[in-house]
Design a protein around this ligand. Structure first.
Ligand SMILES: C[C@@H](c1ccc(Cl)cc1)n1cnc(-c2ccccc2)c1-c1c(C(=O)NCCN2CCN(C3CCCCC3)CC2)[nH]c2cc(Cl)ccc12
Length: 101
């Protein structure tokens, strides 16, 4: 089921969010360009980051082990399951600001 995280931050018309620098660096490491994104793009690049840095468990691919990574510092946890995105939403609430656009 497609996660609809649109309730994380009150999004304006442009639906654009501005990640704070620590999150922005993670998105840039995953190939993102610029400083404002849609929520969908933020989720896409975070997924790419996890794959690129091999943070997911090869046996249980829904488990993400980020304890030794920037992502873990952002989330404040060692591991999480993609089936329980609540720690992710908490992090996004703290690290995304909405743009006026
Ligand atoms: C539904 C979606 C999701 C999206 C948001 C949330 Cl809060 C939970 C879950 N999802 C389902 N599994 C993943 C996933 C699992 C392991 C490694 C990478 C991604 C994702 C995540 C995506 C994504 O954009 N997903 C596209 C399709 N995924 C299918 C799984 N694919 C697997 C391919 C084999 C290797 C493991 C990943 C990658 C592309 N973005 C994310 C960002 C984070 Cl912080 C955490 C997880 C994801």
């Amino acid at each position: 089921a497609e996660m609809s995280p649109c309730r994380i931050v009150p999004v304006g018309q442009g639906n654009l969010v501005q990640p704070k620098l620590p999150l922005l660096k993670v998105l840039w490491a995953a190939g993102a360009r610029g400083e404002t994104f849609t929520l969908k793009e933020v989720m896409h690049y975070l997924g790419q980051y996890i794959i690129l840095k091999q943070l997911y468990d090869k046996q249980q691919q829904h488990m993400v082990h980020c304890g030794d990574d920037e992502l873990g510092l952002l989330l404040g946890i060692q591991s999480f399951s993609v089936k329980d995105p609540s720690p992710l939403y908490d992090m996004l609430r703290k690290n995304l600001t909405t743009t006026a656009a």
